[in-house]
Design a protein around this ligand. Structure first.
Ligand SMILES: [Zn+2]
Ligand SMILES: [Zn+2]
Ligand SMILES: [Zn+2]
Length: 167
């Protein structure tokens, strides 16, 4: 999806593509110096939720630089930012996958974890992915087997058909 397309469909924004309006809050842009956002507030708000380096520091700030796993005793500032819905090779380019908070279905969002917890969570996510892949592989293998079980249809010999017809 293009960045503009994503701004139109972004659940955090009110903009639906009308020119001359703020691409976050959809207010009419008053200043002739501005094109995309009505204010620095809207520009920053959008950056915080769509540009990785801004989203990452905003998530850390929000968590007060502490690991968010319950009972974790890691030191302040021992923190990294994790995509709750794993990027799964999706990259870190700008987009709605950097939203700070999960959506209404609980999908997405960022969490702050210490290095140890981050490694643990990432490993669990990788394991879940591998398991999902394994299930797909097994399903495909099972499908192949059933295909093999079906007897190939032998082409009917012309002579045999003739003989039948002649009877
Ligand atoms: Zn605005
Ligand atoms: Zn968005
Ligand atoms: Zn931790």
């Amino acid at each position: 999806m293009t960045l503009v397309g994503e701004r139109i469909s972004c659940p955090l924004g009110a903009w639906r593509g009308e020119p001359g309006k703020c691409q976050l809050c959809n207010q009419l842009i008053g200043s002739s110096r501005r094109r995309t956002w009505c204010s620095n507030n809207c520009a920053r708000e959008w950056q915080r939720n769509h540009i990785w380096r801004f989203a990452r520091s905003a998530a850390k700030r929000r968590a007060k630089y502490h690991c968010q796993q319950q009972g974790c005793t890691a030191e302040r500032r021992d923190c990294e930012v994790n995509h709750i819905s794993a990027r799964n090779g999706g990259g870190y380019g700008p987009g709605c996958h950097h939203h700070l908070s999960p959506d209404q279905n609980g999908v997405g969002g960022l969490e702050v974890l210490c290095r140890a917890h981050h490694a643990k969570v990432t490993a669990a996510q990788a394991k879940a992915r591998a398991q999902a892949r394994q299930i797909v592989r097994e399903k495909l293998a099972a499908e192949k087997k059933t295909v093999k079980k079906v007897k190939p249809v032998r082409p009917v010999k012309k002579s045999a058909t003739k003989q039948k017809l002649n009877k």
